[in-house]
Design a protein. Structure first.
Length: 265
């Protein structure tokens, strides 16, 4: 099951690249009066990007006085939301993996497992989309606020052309860009998985049955519960897979699905 293998891994990549971030930029202010200059002003910031709380001091180039400044903006809500979604998606997909592998029978009991799995998968797909979009916007704000050229505009010393203000280095953003990419990859992974989980619920073949023969709805077998699963299971698909383990599950399911479906009709 590709979902089982990739979902926890992709979730880890998403929250590790965002939640583990720390970066910085360096500026230099070269005053007319060299003794007032500071050629390496370091500004460090990290997750969760409460940039307005990142303060630093820069020379004013007017005597010994310094100017206290802070970066602008606050992307903490989108960053924290993104990481929270990633952590919970990780925990859920890990738990789902354990259930798929060790509790196959319990999972299918009363069809409750597939039903819960379906709902949770839909919810997480939505959360990944919202979280990734919000964090993509948050990241673009972070990029503007930590752009050395933008920071230099805050400094009074740099408004005088006689003082030379320069960006020494910009923050490295590659891991944050990666986190956004993995956010959307996770969305695609979870949204794509909706279809497979949907098939597990049995609604898929029920709908087909209903369409092909509306009268069958009233037949006795319909109300006995587990109508669909029984015929599904008795086709040999799941019994065989249980002993083969999870990796063969997906394949067995895909090949046996349409076959048992045809058998039902
Ligand atoms: C320059 O600024 C840094 C902070 O970025 C500070 O630690 C350092 O002491 C300053 N240097 C001088 C010469 O004021
Ligand atoms: C340069 O700055 C130092 C210390 O702030 C001051 O003593 C000195 O007079 C200044 N020199 C000039 C030319 O302004």
């Amino acid at each position: 099951m590709c979902m089982v293998i990739f979902a926890p891994l992709f979730a880890i990549f998403a929250f590790a690249t965002c939640g583990g971030y720390s970066g910085g930029l360096r500026l230099s202010v070269d005053c007319v009066n060299k003794t007032e200059s500071n050629l390496s002003i370091d500004i460090a910031f990290a997750y969760p990007f409460r940039l307005h709380q990142v303060t630093f001091e820069v020379p004013t180039c007017e005597g010994k006085e310094r100017q206290k400044l802070a970066l602008t903006g606050d992307s903490s809500s989108s960053a924290e939301f993104f990481v929270t979604v990633a952590v919970f998606a990780f925990l859920y997909s890990l738990a789902a993996t354990v259930v798929y592998i060790f509790f196959q029978n319990k999972y299918r009991e009363n069809n409750r497992g597939p039903l819960v799995d379906f709902i949770v998968t839909v919810v997480f797909s939505f959360l990944w989309l919202v979280g990734s979009s919000a964090w993509a916007k948050g990241l673009s704000d972070v990029k503007v606020a930590t752009d050395p050229k933008e920071v230099l505009l805050l400094m009074s010393a740099c408004k005088q052309t006689s003082n030379k203000c320069m960006a020494v280095h910009s923050p490295v953003m590659s891991s944050l860009n990666t986190s956004v990419v993995f956010g959307f990859l996770n969305f695609i992974l979870w949204a794509g998985n909706i279809w497979f989980v949907f098939k597990e619920t049995g609604w898929h073949s029920t709908g087909q049955r209903y369409l092909s023969d509306p009268m069958e709805k009233h037949s006795g077998s319909y109300n006995h519960g587990g109508y669909n699963q029984e015929s599904y299971g008795s086709s040999g698909g799941y019994g065989r897979q249980a002993s083969l383990g999870p990796s063969s599950d997906e394949f067995g399911q895909q090949s046996s699905g349409p076959a048992s479906f045809t058998n039902q009709i």
